[in-house]
Structures are given as C-alpha cells and as structure tokens.
Design a binder for this molecule. Structure first.
Ligand code: FAD
Ligand code: FES
Ligand code: FES
Length: 1399
C-alpha cells in the first residue's frame, strides 16, 4: 500500500468494533472513549500521565508468533490513531456479562474504594497484572506463582487520594499464592473469628479463561499502516504511519518540505504529558519501522531500536547477566510508571533530553554505561557517542534509529572488576516522579594488590561518572573527577580529594530551578559518589558514627536486610480492648507485628469494637454503591450523558497577580475552531450580581469574573464557550488581555509583605470560646522568646477536578449538575448571579470524586460560570477544569507563620504560652474567621496553663485559601507539637516526658474548651488512649531500639514519636433527611449530605435500616434489610435547605436526622403492625405492614432533622499516634516504618468506613509533611500546578506497618449513638511523622557535632537562645529540607574527621 493512500482507523473497545475515517490526530484515546462512547468508567484525573485514573488495557496481535501482547497504558496520552489494529479494555470490559470480575469484587469487599474516582483505573491495573502473571505461567512452561510482594506493585502508577492505599494493597495481595489470609485487612468476606479455610473460600477466584479475548476481526488489521486525515473546521491534519525508514523521509519530504507543514515524528506520544504544546499538524508514526524495533544482542553490546518501549528494554535487561544490564533494569523500573513505560520509547526519551533538556533518567544511565547511538538520515546512517548526540541537536529530518549499550563483560581470567551503580533522588522511591538529581557510575577496578604498588586496595582503572537532572540542560560527565580517580587506589584521602573536585565540577553545572536548589543537588551528587566508592575503601569503616562505642546487646537491632527493608521486632503483646460497652465484641483483621518470614512489603492491623445492639449500625458493612464504582458504572458529573447541543466552557484566567484590566479582546479566540461565545462580567443578567460564592454562614464572597482589577494569577476573567472541550481550551488561550501593572503597585505575595503593607485583619475569636486562658501569663523557670515557625500550604488534589453541567429550562429555570459539597449554598450563589428566585434553581449532586473541603465553595464559580453561559446562549454548557487550571484557581490550605514565647519549669511543665499567628488568606476572604478559629482551637491541644493568642489573617495576591481537611487545625497542631519539641530540646529532655507533663486533664479541658465540649469526666478518654497506645505499640522498648540503631548507623537514622490528639468538633449546620417508603417496602432516603467518598450514604443506609427496624422494638434488629434502602442524589428542589457537607460531622448528624424521620414513620406504622399481629398472633413482615399502611392511605414519607447544632453540640475527639521513621542522611529521603493509631470514634456507626477515613486522612497528612510542597514564583504564578511538580503520596509513602485501632468510648446520650466524626481529626495524628523525622535529624546532627573538624560554619543553624540541640524545622520535611537540616556537607566533614583521626 502506498503511504499516501488514505485508510480508516480500526480498533476494538470492550469487544465493540470502531472504524473511523476523519480523525484529528490530537484526539486522545481517553477523549474518544469519554466523548464518543458510553464507557465512562475511564476517568480524566490529570490528563498528563500522572494519576492513572485513565488506565486501560491495550492488546496487540502479532501475526508471526500468533500471540497477543497486552499491557496497560495511560489513555490520556495515547492518540487514538496510535491504537490502530489494537483492542482496548476498560473496567467495564472486565465484567463477564453482568458478573463483576474477581478484581471488582475484591476491591469492593476490601473497602478499597471511597470516592471511587481512581477505582476503575486501579481495577484495570490489577486485572492486567493478574492476566500477565497467568499468561507467563501458561506460556513460560513453568508455573510462576504470584507473590504478595509482587502483587503489592500492581497499582504503582495509580494515585488514590482517599484510602491511604492499605485496603487497595490488601485487595491485590489477596490474589497472591503465598498470602497468609490472616495478614489481610478488614473486609466484607469474613468475620475475623472465621476459620482460615472459610475465609479463603469466600473470595471469588480469578479465572483467566473468562477474560475477554482478542477480537478475531482485528487480526486482519494487525501491522497495517494507517493514514488518516482530518479536515474538520478548516484545519488540515494527518496521522501517517511509516513502514520503512525510506518511507519516513519520503513522507517528511512531501508534507514538510513540499507543503511547509508542522510535521513531527511520533512513537508513543507520552511526551505530551510534559510538553503540552506538542501538537503537530502532521504526525509521522515511526513506531512500526523494523530498524527502530530491533533488538540485537552480541557479546559486547545490546542494540535496541529507538522505538522499543522502556518496559521491553527493562525485560530484556532483567533477563541478562553482567555487571551493567541488571542495574539499568533496576533503574528503569523507577522511571515514570509502568503504564508510561509500557509505551514510552527509549529513543523518545533521549530525543526529549536532546530537544528540550528534559530531566531524564534514561539519558544519564546510558551515558554512565557508555552507550552509542545510530542516527539515520535520508542520505546515510552514522554511529556516534551518546554524549555527542545529546550535545548537538539533530536536524529535524534525521531519525534516532537505535541505541547500543555495551555489556562491559568481565574477563574470567582477570582480577579487574566492573562496577556499575545508578542513583536517583525522588520523593517516591518506586518512581512515578521525575528525579531531582540522578547519576550513573561505572568503574573498572583492580581489586588485588597491584604489582609495583605497595598498598593493598582497589585501584581505579577506568571510570565514567554521569550526573543528570542537575537543573542544567543536559546530563554530563565529570571529567576532572574521573581523571583524578583513574589510576588511584581508593583510600579515605583520595576519596576526600575526589569529592572536593566533584563538588567544584558540579557547582559549575548545577542550577537552581523552580523546585530544587543547586546546593542540594551538589550535596547529593557528592553523597552518591561517596556511596559508590565507599565499598572500595579498606583503610577505614565509613559507616561508623563518630560516637560509636562498644557493642551493646541489650536490645535487638534488626537493621536493614539485604533488600534494604527493615523489620521491627516490637514484641507486641495482646492488649485487652477497653470497651465500655458490655455487648461489644472486638474484631481484628491483619497483623500488628511482622512475622519473621515477612521482611518485605506492607502489613497492617485494624481492630474495632462491634455491637449488635443497634444493628446494622456499628457493623462494618460494605460501602453503598462500591460495585458501581469499581465497574465504572457509577455516574460522576462529567459522566452524565449531555443533552444534544451541549457546549463546553473553559476559564480565561488572569496571568497577572495584581493589575488593572485595560482591555479584554476575544476576537481571535472567537475565530478559533468551534468557538461559540465569550462570557464575561458583561453577561451577568440585569438582576444578577457578580457573585461567585454565597453561603448561609459566611455571606457572599469573590466575584465570579474579575471586573476592573485582577487579584491573583488564575482568577477567571470569563469563559470561552465552544463545541468541544479541546476547542474551548484552545480558544480560551487566545483571548487577548491587556493589563496595567503600574497603578496598583507590586502584588503582595508573602505573609511578611502583607504585614509590612498592613494588609491583614485581626480576627474575632469569640465564636468557639476564648482565645486566652488564665488572666495573666504565668512565669516559669525558663523562657524561649519570640521563636518563629512556618507551616506550609497543601492542595486538595481530589482526583475528580471541579466540574458542572448547566441545563437551561423553561420560564427562567435552570438545572445544574455540580460536584459540589454544598448544593444549598450553590443554589444561593446561582440565585445571586443569575438574579432569579431560588425555586427556579435545581442543583443536583449524586457523588463527588473526592473533595476534602475544596468543593464546598470553589465548586460555585465553575457552576455559576456555566449557568451564566447557558442562560445567555439558551444551550446546555458544561465545564470540567483541567488539572492545571484547577490547581491555579482553587487555592488550598492556608500557609501560616507562628511567633511564640513560652515559659516553663525545669521538669518541662509549661506555665504560659503567648502565640501570634499570621494566616495567609490569599485574595478571597471567605474563610478568614473560620480558619483562624479552628487553628486556635487546635493549638489548645496541650495544657499550656495560661495562654494568650492572636491571629492575623493576611490578604495577599495569591488565590483565596480554601478549607481543606482539618483546616487551620493541622497547622495549629504542628505549632503546638513543635513548641513541645522546642521546650524538650532546650531542657535536654525526652519530648515524650514534656508531652506527658503537659497533657490535658479533664479539669484543664474544662478550662480550655468549656464544659460542653469537655463533657463529663466519664467521656474524657485521653489518659486511657495514651496509656493503651504506649503499651500496644511497645513504644518504650522501640524507643530504646531506635537509639541503639542510631548509635550504630551513620548514614541512616531513625526516629520515633508518640503524640496525643484532642480535636473539638461542632455541628455547624442543620442536617435534614427524608425517608420515603414505597408500596413494595423499598425505601428511598434523601438528605442534605453529599457523598464524596467519606461513606455518608452507607452510614445513612445503616441508620435507616436501624431506625425503621425499631418498629418491632428497641432490641429487634434487622427487620428492614439494607438491600431495601436506596440513598439518592441531593436535589435542592426535591429536598431544599440541605446545607453543606463539611467538617467531618455531617454523617453523624445526617444519621440522627434519618433516625428522627424513621421515628415519625415508626409512630405511624406501629398501629398497623399491632393490628396485623393481633390478627395473626405472629410478627408481621415489613412488606405486610407497608401494604396495609397503603390501604389505609397513611403517609409513608417523613422528614427529620438534627436537633442540636452550634456551640451546644461540641465534643472532643481523642486519639494518639506512634510513628517510627527512617531518614536517609545522604539524600534526605524519609520512609515511615511503622505507625500505630488509636482513635476514639465514640461508637462508630461503621468501623470499616471510619478506619478508612482514619487511614486516608493520616496518609494525606504524611503528604502534607513529607512531600506536598506548594510553590509560587516571584510573579505569583503557581509552580506546583500539576502531577509533574506536585506529589501526593503513593504506596511508597505509607507506613510499612500500619496499625489502627478504634476505641469504643462510653456512650454519650447527647449525640446519635455517641458517634464521633472520623474524617478530619486523624489527619492531625500525622504530626507524629514530622516529630519522628525531627528525632532522626537530631541524631544525625548530633553526629555532625561530634565531627571535630566540621569547618563549614553557619550550615547547622543553631538556636542561639538555648544553645542546645534545637533547630528550626518548618512543616515541610521534604527531601531537600531534611537533607539541609542533616547537613549539606556532612560527608565532607565526616571524611575530614576520619582523616584526622586515622593519622
Ligand atoms: C508521567 C510521565 C513521567 C515520566 N517520568 C520519567 C522519569 O522519571 N524519568 C525519565 O527519564 N523519563 C520520564 N518520562 C519521560 C518518558 O520516558 C518519555 O516521555 C518517553 O520515553 C518518550 O517516548 P515516546 O515514545 O512517547 O516519545 P514521543 O512522545 O512520541 O516523542 C518525543 C519526542 O521525540 C521525537 N522522537 C521520538 N522518537 C524519535 C526518533 N526515533 N527519532 C527522532 N525523533 C524522535 C518526537 O518527535 C518528539 O519530539 C516520563 C513521562 C511521563 C509522561
Ligand atoms: S488522566 Fe491520564 S494519568 Fe491522569
Ligand atoms: S477512592 Fe481513590 S481517589 Fe477516591
């Protein structure tokens, strides 16, 4: 076939055949699936390859081998043209008819789905991995058993923001052949007391034979070339696949040279994830060219075609021997995610490095390994060094054909050995995050005593030192260091000199970039070379700390095993459950201590009390709708089939932080393909107001569109409306805006600038109690004066971006589907903006794909903008923010700075605290007062004895800050815990002793929180929680173990910390619910609460079953089964005034409202039941009662509400945490080894859901402290605006041993079943991780202090006031900040000390 001949694109999706003629080559597979088919399970979480919610299974048929090759891909990055001849399976396609796949049932049964937005991607990832294992077994001839450790890696590359991953790992592990069923976590399959064989048999087995097969009709298309064009809307575009090298050059000639069109080569197109302007008019697909797919192995080299995927390269290298290949494979395993690697080509990666200076791992490791490349042009092909290739941009007519990697085989008869090691520094150790620095070193070393050399040791004969991701354009070799070391025997003094030279060399190349500093990179580069050369040193032990003394065997020290994993023998003993409820039993799932044979992987235990008294309340029932979520059938707003004629909108954001708008010109944008209209402030109807957010509690705030001035980068100036999402985005980028930046002065971008310019407000703190305790600040023996501390921000990173669909209706009515937490408030905002009465506005919310506070109010401007456009254009309008816009527009957690003066006695008892906090409110002002109140409340978590506090909320030119899970509270808690740590350091005391000296008593909680929140003595469970956790976590013995470990290890330190939790909770808003019973006995419940993954619907379902079953009396449970009860979407017309879902207390309040509604129905139905019973002398069924009630025309719908709200509803949540961490002193990397949490959930309405909330919140807290950094540049532009730069935790970051226990505290009759919220408070327990990191850093710094000749003054910032080991540690314990605190020069100082002490 001639390449110019046009063909159709043919592929299969879930078995269905698709044939397309006119295709835009830029259309991604994800866009096609979501916009052109009914399969909505595949989600768009980021659109840049970073989240995994779009993962699908791709199957390709090879006619030669007659085998089907299968792998997962990110459909958001794959052009639909690139799947010609392939079959695609989404989560819907995994089902066998109506039967869910085994993966579906396991994810649902292990409580591994909360909001459900990540879940379809997770399901496909797991199913694909299982399928791959089963294929290997079938085709490999030998049986390959899946191990638990392998299974835990199934979802690497998929983000989940809700669950904390532990239940997802359990679902994966449940398929492993070596799984011990007792290791698996809480689930719906078995009771903890069941026999092991019953447990096993309750799991639906995976049956590979029922998996979907490759469609026969596609086999004809395999390997055929594709040539499709698109001439939509006057844009001529094409995708042409070339079959041979000469064809490539011909096509290039005809398209580029002859027609002067933008022509680019494409292999897998993953580079679009980072370079979003990669949108050529003509894509020449070079992936099928045989030379680019070659794999030729000889004794000396492996030649890999440039189009071979990283996964394939990895597989080949993995199976190879020698000193280099397995190491490269290991490194490749950490490049991107497996979904990316499955497609991303090795050549594409090198091209990105060459063209764009991409911070590549691949280029560095190949440079280190001495790779060469073949470059082909129309005229010839040449082989050159990779270094030369990278340095000299290729002409765009040439093709990178292949890469030659030397084997560096060692000669059998020689004593020369080849050593090759690679390194990368990244917050996620298994990858899915580009590195902040990487390196690859190759050395040929003579290990015997060389003749003519009088000193034994390792002599370097040949050396290659490559470093990448240095902030400069390209990876480089450090020639001077190589030259110095070559020919030298590696001794301490040689190593010192080599590192000195290296530091100089790197210093001249490393650069600061937006995320990392050159000094960090330089320091880690030195540390890497130190690590590499350390094993060659024979004249000293380079792992001993300076303080290392004689062996002490009193405590077991497990140390790292061969895999670098650590086991913790904590000798945990069973602790009796402290249940106050005699009817409660305790269920425990998983293990709290690692078994000796289980050194790797993740473990956990969940314990909780259950009671049948209020059945099915207090039972760990499965999540309502979980199967719909895993199979992809759950409908989110963006999945709703849109009415015909629906238009799509995209924000036009401000690009300035503070400026007057001088003109907005949309003419060019309106001429852009598909553009329909530009909607701005001018389009607000005459009765409407420019209001973006309105709220019963706080009033109105924020304009929907900027009017005369802009106040932050990302502030919407209007929306462009077009026929498709892509066209709307393209058109929005073309709106021309002119600004005057001179009149208003420079923007305020920091707290300090805000104070300087008087841009702040002192907040009223009266609402929830006084902010001063004690009349005077009481004197102590010591005083720390005016110390300062900074707590950073955090972005919500809900997986489902903000989204809304507005559908205009007759008579000025409108229906808005929105992913909002607050349908009632949105109705208010819409009413204000459109200028119509509230009864014209119907807001519908079925479920949200996560929220964490970010969709209470910031969902409003999105919906209001759609509604304004829909009203004007009389057409439905939909807007789903892309991830970058969402992050720029929606603000996040408030940054704060605290200044404190604290007085205390020598035993650590604090006598007074005086605190002042600056809070960055951003440009908006909606949450100013509320957040400062919450911050204040959380700072009361210790008994300061006397306390004075002031908060100043600053207005800055950054996006308005938003409530985020534990808003202000995590910051306040961080300040409180840090103050305790400061006092302990000052006095040289163990921080645990200082904590205990200042723990609240019941009496002090009465003073600090007031009598209502403190409750009676009986509800004050803090002392019990503290002691119990200390015992169950074996805290004291482990603390000794940690000290002992640190005494013996120089470059890895551990820290352990225990902390308590006091979290005051309040029902701010009324809660309402309506229960309606139908003639067949089925029940529908509507409530004001929205479901966003926190399990509100599940708890409401349980409360309804309990409430209606009370018809038969208090102790007759389960008469109305859960299956009879459906919880439906929020609808402001059907059930108005539903308020907002917030603060983690809506579930309990809504359950109370539901039970109150049920009480009304029970009162109505009781006479019917009595009458039936008197007739039959038997208890009547629910259905019989309802049939008779219908006959009597009794009302079968009732509305209930929560009685007590506001200050009268306050209570305190108690809890405690122990965390143990390990810090890599050379890079600043942190691993959480173990966390034990004890949480007093009152009487949990659903322990499975509450444990999910506790774990998920805790892991979000780890993200806050360890990796999620929010950064702006000097112009107020958000740098961390996507998955490339902002890193929420993955399974790499969760505690390796994660034990959670719920405590069943005494029943408090003032609340529904005494339940306490679990959504927000557990986040604060993550401060234990920060505290533990501090302990580890302290140990590292203590070593540095002992290095007698530490010469780099000023590097370790001492607290001058105390002269003790205190150091200022702000909230962000990122790798870079940890490394800085441990010492950027610690390696140099150590070697200096060693040299001096040796001689
Ligand atoms: C989410 C994500 C995370 C990532 N993380 C990492 C990481 O941690 N470390 C790392 O090293 N990399 C990482 N990458 C980069 C990834 O490895 C590259 O995107 C990929 O290898 C590019 O291959 P491709 O086939 O998709 O190239 P394409 O996107 O198809 O092409 C890339 C560029 O190279 C050109 N090109 C491609 N092949 C040739 C050729 N043979 N001859 C001439 N020109 C060619 C194209 O015209 C285009 O300009 C990541 C990528 C993503 C999306
Ligand atoms: S949407 Fe594709 S990876 Fe996030
Ligand atoms: S359940 Fe994973 S993101 Fe919500």
């Amino acid at each position: 076939m001639s390449t110019m001949e046009e063909t159709n694109l043919v592929f299969a999706l879930n078995g269905q055949r698709f044939e397309l003629k006119d295709v835009d080559p830029q259309t991604s597979l994800l866009t096609f699936i979501r916009d052109r088919t009914d399969f909505k399970g595949t989600k768009r979480g980021c659109g840049e390859g970073g989240c995994g919610s779009c993962v699908v299974l791709l199957s390709k048929y090879d006619p030669q081998s007659k085998q089907v090759e299968e792998f997962t891909i990110n459909s958001c990055l794959a052009p639909v043209c690139s799947i010609h001849g392939c079959a695609v399976t989404t989560t819907e396609g995994l089902k066998q008819g109506n039967e869910p796949h085994a993966v579906h049932t396991r994810l649902a049964g292990f409580h591994a789905t909360q909001c459900g937005f990540c879940t379809p991607g997770m399901a496909v990832s797991i199913a694909a991995s299982l399928r791959k294992c089963s294929r290997k077994t079938q085709h490999g001839g030998k049986t390959e058993q899946l191990t638990s450790v392998e299974a835990e890696k199934f979802t690497l590359g998929n983000l989940c923001r809700c669950t904390g991953y532990r239940p997802i790992l359990d679902a994966c592990k449940s398929f492993a052949s070596d799984v011990d069923i007792e290791d698996l976590g809480i689930n719906t399959f078995w009771q903890s007391s069941d026999e092991a064989h019953l447990k096993k048999s309750s799991l639906k087995p995976y049956q590979p034979e029922t998996d979907p097969q490759f469609p026969t009709f596609l086999k004809d298309y395999t390997g055929t070339s594709l040539h499709v064009r698109s001439a939509q809307l006057g844009e001529e575009k094409a995708w042409i696949s070339a079959s041979t090298l000469s064809e490539v050059f011909d096509i290039h000639q005809s398209e580029k040279i002859a027609k002067n069109r933008d022509v680019q080569f494409v292999v897998s197109h993953t580079s679009y994830g980072v370079y979003k302007d990669f949108k050529p008019a003509v894509c020449i697909d070079i992936s099928r060219i045989p030379e680019l797919q070659c794999l030729v192995q000889t004794d000396s080299t492996l030649e890999v075609g440039a189009a071979v995927s990283l996964s394939k390269v990895l597989e080949i290298l993995d199976d190879s021997r020698g000193p280099v290949f397995p190491q490269i494979a290991d490194h490749l395993r950490k490049v991107a995610s497996k979904h990316i690697r499955n497609r991303a080509s090795i050549g594409g990666n090198l091209m990105l490095t060459q063209k764009h200076g991409f911070a590549s791992d691949v280029a560095t490791i190949l440079l280190g390994a001495g790779a060469r490349v073949t470059v082909a042009s129309a005229e010839n092909s040449t082989v050159i060094d990779l270094e030369e290739f990278l340095a000299k941009p290729s002409p765009h007519t040439s093709i990178l054909q292949s890469i030659h990697i030397p084997t560096w085989a060692e000669s059998e008869n020689s004593s020369d050995r080849v050593f090759f090691r690679t390194y990368r520094s990244s917050p996620r150790s298994s990858g899915n995050a580009v590195s902040s620095i990487n390196a690859a070193f190759l050395a040929i070393v003579q290990t015997s005593t060389p003749s003519g050399h009088d000193e034994p040791g390792s002599k370097v004969l040949h050396l290659r030192l490559a470093f990448g991701a240095l902030g400069s354009r390209l990876p480089l070799r450090t020639g001077r260091t190589e030259k110095y070391l070559t020919g030298n025997v590696v001794r301490v003094d040689v190593l010192r000199e080599a590192l000195r030279i290296l530091r100089e060399e790197i210093a001249s190349s490393a650069r600061d970039d937006k995320l990392h500093t050159a000094e960090y990179r330089e320091s880690v580069a030195v540390a890497y070379l130190f690590q590499f050369l350390k094993p060659f040193i024979t004249d000293a032990n380079l792992d001993n700390p300076p303080s290392y003394g004689p062996e002490v065997d009193a405590v077991r020290d497990d140390g790292p095993n061969d895999n670098g994993e650590h086991t913790i023998a904590n000798g945990n003993t069973a602790v009796e459950n402290g249940s106050a409820d005699k009817e409660s039993g305790v269920q425990s799932f998983g293990r709290s201590v690692r078994k000796p044979d289980r050194k790797e992987g993740f473990m956990g235990k969940q314990s909780f009390p259950v009671s049948n008294k209020f059945y099915p309340v207090a039972q760990p029932t499965g999540k309502f709708g979980s199967l719909l979520q895993v199979t992809g059938e759950a409908v989110f707003v963006d999945d709703i089939p849109v009415p015909q004629g629906t238009l799509h909108a995209a924000f036009v954001p401000s690009r300035k932080a503070l400026a007057k708008i001088t003109s907005v010109n949309p003419s060019e944008a309106l001429a852009s393909p598909g553009a329909a209209s530009f909607i701005s402030v001018k389009d607000i109807p005459p009765n409407g107001q420019n209001i973006g957010m309105k709220n019963n509690l706080i009033g109105s705030s924020d304009q929907v569109f900027a009017e005369d001035i802009v106040g932050f980068v990302g502030q919407p100036l209007g929306v462009m409306v077009a026929d498709t999402y892509e066209h709307a985005m393209q058109a929005a980028a073309k709106v021309e805006v002119e600004y005057d930046e001179t009149t208003l002065g420079p923007p305020i971008l920091s707290l300090e600038e805000a104070v300087e310019k008087n841009s702040f407000k002192v907040t009223e703190l009266a609402f929830m109690g006084s902010a001063s305790v004690g009349d005077d600040l009481e004197k102590g023996d010591y005083r720390i004066e005016k110390a300062e501390l900074y707590a950073g921000g955090q972005y919500h990173f809900y997986l489902e971006p903000q989204t809304a669909l507005a559908v205009p209706d007759e008579d000025d009515c409108i229906t808005v589907y929105s992913s909002t937490q607050s349908p009632e408030y949105l109705q208010l905002s819409l009413g204000a903006a459109l200028g119509i009465p509230l009864h014209n506005i119907r807001v519908i919310t079925r479920r949200l794909g996560g929220s964490f506070g970010g969709k209470i109010m910031h969902s409003h401007p999105v919906a209001v903008a759609c509604a304004l456009a829909a009203f004007k254009l009389k057409q439905p309008v939909k807007m789903t923010l892309d991830r970058n816009t969402d992050m720029e527009f929606c603000g996040g957690r408030h940054e704060c700075k605290a200044t404190y003066t604290v007085e205390f006695n020598k035993d650590g008892k604090i006598t007074s605290l005086d605190t002042s906090v600056l809070l960055n409110g951003g440009f908006g002002n909606i949450y100013m007062d509320l957040v400062s109140i919450l911050l204040t409340k959380s700072m009361q978590c210790y008994n300061w004895n006397s306390w004075r506090h002031v908060t100043k909320v600053c207005r800055t030119n950054l996006p308005g800050r938003v409530l985020m899970r534990a808003p202000g509270e995590i910051q306040g808690n961080f300040f409180a815990e840090s103050i305790i740590e400061h006092v302990a350091s000052f006095l040289g005391l163990d921080p645990t002793n200082v904590r205990e000296a200042n723990l609240h008593t019941h009496e002090s909680t009465l003073r600090f929180y007031g009598p209502i929140a403190a409750g009676s003595d009986e509800y004050f469970t803090l002392p019990k929680v503290w002691e119990r956790l200390k015992g169950s976590s074996n805290f004291e013995a482990r603390t000794v173990s940690v000290h002992e470990f640190n005494r013996k290890h120089m470059w890895v330190k551990r820290g352990i910390s225990i902390m308590s939790l006091l979290y005051p909770n309040t029902q701010y808003s009324p809660r309402i619910a309506r229960v309606t019973v139908y003639a067949d006995g089925s029940v529908v419940v509507e409530s004001g609460g929205t479901e966003m993954g926190q399990g509100l619907f599940t708890k409401v379902q349980q409360a309804t079953a309990y409430g209606l079953s009370r018809l038969w009396g208090e102790n007759v449970a389960g008469q109305v089964p859960l299956s009879k009860i459906r919880i439906v979407q929020n609808d402001t017309i059907s059930l108005g005034n539903g308020s907002s879902t917030e603060a983690g207390i809506t579930s309990e309040g809504t359950c109370e409202a539901v039970v109150n509604a049920c009480n009304i129905l029970v009162d109505t139905l009781r006479p019917v039941l009595l009458e039936l019973q008197s007739d039959t002398a038997e208890s009547a069924s629910w259905e019989a009662v309802i049939q008779n009630a219908k006959k009597k025309n009794l009302p079968l719908s009732a509305q209930g509400q929560l009685e007590i709200i506001g200050p009268e509803s306050q209570y305190i949540v108690f809890g405690a945490a122990v965390s143990e961490v390990e810090v890599d002193i050379l890079t600043g990397g942190v691993r959480v080894l173990q966390t034990d949490l004890l949480y007093d959930a009152g009487k949990s309405i659903n322990p499975a859901i509450d444990i999910g909330q506790v774990e998920g919140a805790f892991v979000q807290g780890i993200g806050y402290y360890v990796m999620e950094e929010v950064k702006w540049d000097e112009n107020g532009v958000l740098i961390t605006n996507g998955t490339w730069t902002y890193k929420p935790p993955t399974i790499d970051n969760i505690p390796h041993q994660f034990n959670v226990e719920l405590l069943n505290s005494a029943a408090d009759p003032s609340r529904f079943l005494s339940a306490k919220g679990a959504g927000e408070p557990p986040l604060l327990l993550s401060t234990s991780v920060h505290n533990a990191i501090r302990q580890a850093i302290k140990a590292a710094r203590a070593d540095v202090h002992q290095l007698q000749h530490a010469t780099h003054e000023g590097e370790l910032k001492e607290d001058k006031g105390s002269g003790t080991s205190h150091f200022v540690m702000d909230s962000k314990a990122t790798m870079e900040s940890v490394k800085k605190l441990c010492g950027l020069y610690n390696v140099d100082q150590y070697l200096e000390w060693l040299s001096k002490n040796k001689s």
